[in-house]
Ligand binder design. Structure first.
Ligand code: 4AD
Ligand code: MG
Length: 432
């Protein structure tokens, strides 16, 4: 391997002759000077070939460098004459590694299906590149937050015997002599076991929903982080969610300015995300909808337009609490003062991004929990282990799940969630 310098560290090599390895993002030239935009994954740099300084006929051979051709470039690192913090290569020579012929993604506009059919190549383009870098930073912020607040990471299984979030969105597969296995919709039930063992845990991994809905918010495979805490109630759960979101947003604002600029994200909208978040009950949210002229039946679930209508009055996420029992999962604790509602909370992002967090206090009474499992017609046998958590030292506890891609879509200002994950899985897409 040649000794290479990465584009990201050019600032440490001003005035030196270096060799870079990368791909041709773009090139253009005139009679006297030729420009190559070289990308190496860590960044993009302009390499300028002048007729006089070029060696080994580099100037004459320049046209061999087609888009996405891989090559080494040697030259001297110089500061951009006008732009602070930008560097260029006063290029001397290049060596082609492989010539790329007819790279399909050209600088012209392409349709979204065309690009996602070529997602394995599309990731090289500046927009997906910026989004995946922000995603990476969000993941680090998530881990840093929980790791520094006394949480233990608990990896939950992906192959499970039971439904966690309703039976209508289960992916099933044959599991040897044990019947059907399902891809996990959530790690929560295992997180609850973890909370009783470690006090505070979080699960973080891929989750699966056979969502038949073709919306800009749904993936069939998405990543979810799920904290679960013993001796925490709904209020504690909301405070945790709020503090956590503010921390993630702060990290992105501090470290991802360049990528957010590439995405033309309106930073001011993110800067107003501060504690405290407004909190309204489901019933109050229904009143907001009705005041705005929407006919809405108490007991119905909110659709995306309803969430947007409720959230548009606020410049930061809004927390909706105390949803009707009938529309929420079996494990949520019923409000003792009003069993028609559960101690649940959803965090709705501003700007129409919808639900980014769903959470609740959990039912800690074994009889009430059994009743809910029966009522939902779920198979009691596979929940026996879960009921053990209420048999042996049950305590009040709560947690939530945050969809990583929903968060990425919101912070990056994406129109569709498919851009928020490297290789999206949707109703209509299983490749590449
Ligand atoms: O509201 P959900 O279904 O809640 C749970 O799964 C709970 N077990 C979480 C918990 O309390 N530990 O999902 C949680 C979040 C949603 O708010 C949303 O951000 C995301 O997961 N989500 C999806 N993201 C992308 N595509 C889908 N199909 C999603 N379904 C849920
Ligand atoms: Mg939900």
């Amino acid at each position: 391997m040649k000794d290479r310098v990465e584009v990201r560290s050019l600032k440490d090599h001003v005035g030196e002759e270096v060799t870079l390895g990368g791909w041709c993002y773009n090139s253009r030239g005139s009679k006297n000077v030729k420009f190559l935009q070289l990308r190496d994954g860590s960044g993009t740099v302009q390499c300028v070939f002048g007729g006089n300084s070029a060696q080994n006929n580099a100037f004459e051979r320049f046209d061999e460098i087609t888009q996405e051709t891989s090559l080494y470039v040697t030259g001297v690192v110089v500061k951009h004459p006008k732009k602070e913090g930008v560097y260029e290569i006063d290029a001397r020579d290049f060596e082609i590694i492989q010539v790329a012929v007819d790279y399909p993604i050209t600088p012209k506009e392409h349709g979204i299906d065309f690009l996602f059919d070529r997602r394995h190549l599309h990731l090289r383009s500046s927009r997906p590149h910026a989004i995946i870098r922000v995603r990476h930073r969000i993941i680090k912020a998530i881990r840093d937050y929980f790791d520094s607040h006394g949480f233990t990471l608990l990896d939950s299984p992906i192959l499970t015997a039971n439904a966690g979030e309703g039976t209508s969105t289960l992916f099933a597969t044959d599991y040897f002599d044990l019947g059907k296995a399902f891809l996990a919709q959530t790690g929560q039930l295992y997180g609850e076991a973890g909370a009783m063992a470690f006090g505070k845990v979080y699960t973080f991994g891929p989750t699966f929903r056979a969502e038949k809905s073709k919306t800009r918010r749904h993936l069939t495979e998405f990543w979810m982080v799920e904290p679960e805490v013993a001796f925490m109630d709904l209020d504690g759960d909301m405070n945790l969610a709020e503090d956590f979101i503010c921390y993630v947003v702060e990290c992105i604002l501090a470290d991802c300015r360049e990528d957010l600029a590439t995405l033309e994200r309106d930073i001011a909208k993110l800067e107003s995300v501060r504690k405290p978040f407004p909190r309204v009950t489901y019933t109050e949210a229904v009143e907001i909808l009705r005041r705005k002229g929407r006919e809405f039946e108490w007991g119905d679930d909110f659709g995306a337009p309803d969430e947007t209508m409720v959230s548009e009055d606020f410049d930061r996420p809004v927390i909706i609490t105390h949803y009707p029992t009938v529309i929420k999962a079996f494990y949520m604790k019923r409000d003792p003062d009003n069993p028609k509602v559960v101690k649940a909370m959803d965090v709705i992002a501003p700007e129409g991004y919808g639900e980014i967090i769903g959470g609740s206090q959990r039912e800690d009474d074994i009889d009430l929990l059994r009743e809910r499992i029966e009522h939902e017609k779920l198979p009691m046998e596979v929940f026996e282990w879960y009921l053990d958590l209420r048999r042996y030292g049950s305590v009040p506890h709560a947690g939530f799940g945050m969809g990583l891609e929903r968060m990425v879509a919101w912070l990056c200002g994406l129109e569709h969630i498919r851009e928020a994950i490297p290789f999206p899985r949707t109703l209509a897409r299983l490749t590449p």
